[in-house]
Design a protein around this ligand. Structure first.
Ligand SMILES: [Zn+2]
Length: 401
């Protein structure tokens, strides 16, 4: 998914009881954020940053304890229940995931529910938030279980060169996921329907003309069920390729502003960003799996000298593999974000040129900043490390170039 706006699309949370939040009651206008709004946006951004740093540290610490301390005794116990390696692996994955949920729940609750309410952004009730949380973790459990079972089968069957086979399999899985996520997974969280407003449809088909993006592919999703924030994205591959516009955005932005945002999304299609991301992912995964191979073999050689080939990779190595993959993803994040920010700038430029409406572009981003409480100019180091989108101040500056 190529999501578009500086805030994560999945920071879901809400408050069904509140009829209207303060953000909603205030008139949403363009123009720069007031000093008060800026201070609030900065505070929100800082809290989010702290939460995400703690979250990353917690993930690494938890997996390290699992991998180095708990994995072998737990697997020993599982061996007394079943001899089947696949079942042991699935059970170990489930235990690891559930323990991780237990350990990270307080932070998830604070960052996903409390913080969002505190800043008047969430519309989820506690029950609604919990339901989403359960759904998301169940999906992670099921798909993660299937993926890791598949990975270990590849390791057991292909031996020394497993990492190359696994990278090829990962490529196939990401293409399939690219096709299926917007039609199978997104609808589990949002009601998605085609945009039918004639005026918007006309603008959109005009912009989409000649880009190969079918007008059949513009959809609205009910983001307002969980947040006041606005968002739009391009998702899917081939026949499932579509632009998804949050209903919050369609309701509160002018047709010109919507057109600019839509043009930005078309830019992702024109420049084939999803396809490029999948190719980049294939390169990363090859390196990542190779690294896993080297480190796991070195580690098992140390703790379990009987293991001499990947054909007999023990089940208890699973959390270690997860730890290496997590660390690798963390190291790669700044690089991936740099690529993503480059893509976003490319699409911003495309939107400006294609629509020729710099004023609507500026007001759209000002409204996004105001609505989503985005800090327009976060610290450059924070941007470098963690942001997949350029700061709003930079995106606004582009309009006057
Ligand atoms: Zn974008």
């Amino acid at each position: 998914l190529t999501t578009d706006n500086p805030s994560e699309p999945d920071s879901s949370d809400r408050h069904a009881s509140a009829v209207s939040t303060t953000a909603e009651a205030a008139d949403l206008s363009a123009g720069v954020q007031t000093a008060e709004e800026l201070a609030e946006a900065r505070q929100y951004g800082q809290r989010q940053l702290v939460c995400s740093l703690i979250d990353k540290a917690l993930d690494v610490a938890f997996l390290a304890v699992m991998a180095l301390v708990l994995a072998r005794p737990i697997t020993g116990w599982l061996t007394t229940i079943t001899e089947n390696w696949t079942l042991q692996l699935l059970a170990l994955f489930a235990i690891t995931t559930l323990l991780h949920v237990a350990v990270s729940f307080p932070l998830s609750f604070y960052a996903g529910f409390r913080l969002e309410h505190r800043f008047g952004l969430s519309r989820l009730s506690l029950a609604g938030w919990l339901w989403r949380y359960v759904k998301m973790n169940t999906l992670a459990l099921v798909f993660g279980g299937l993926l890791f079972a598949g990975l270990y089968w590849v390791i057991w069957l292909s031996g020394a060169w497993w990492w190359l086979v696994a990278a090829a399999a990962f490529f196939v899985v990401s293409v399939l996921a690219g096709q299926l996520v917007p039609v199978l997974i997104m609808p589990l969280f949002y009601k998605i329907e085609r945009v039918e407003t004639p005026e918007l449809a006309e603008r959109m088909s005009r912009l989409a003309a000649g880009t190969g993006l079918s007008i059949e592919g513009v959809y609205r999703f009910d983001l307002s069920a969980d947040t006041v924030k606005a968002n739009a994205m391009l998702a899917g591959l081939g026949r499932t390729r579509r632009v998804l516009m949050g209903d919050t955005l369609l309701a509160r932005f002018t047709p010109d502003e919507i057109e600019v945002i839509f043009a930005h999304e078309i830019g992702h299609h024109v420049f084939r960003h999803i396809r490029k991301m999948i190719v980049v992912g294939a390169i990363y995964s090859t390196i990542g799996f190779w690294l896993v191979d080297r480190l796991v073999m070195a580690w098992t050689g140390h703790v379990d000298p009987a293991v001499t080939s990947a054909h007999e990779m023990p089940v208890y190595t699973l959390p270690f593999v997860m730890l290496v993959l997590t660390l690798f993803a963390l190291l790669l994040e700044p690089l991936q974000n740099a690529v993503s920010r480059r893509y976003e700038r490319q699409c911003d430029r495309y939107a400006l040129e294609r629509t020729g409406m710099p004023a609507a572009y500026v007001s759209a981003f000002q409204k996004l900043a105001r609505l989503n409480k985005d800090d327009p100019s976060p610290h450059p180091l924070e941007v470098f490390l963690f942001h997949s989108h350029p700061p709003i101040s930079e995106r606004l500056a582009m309009a006057s170039e």
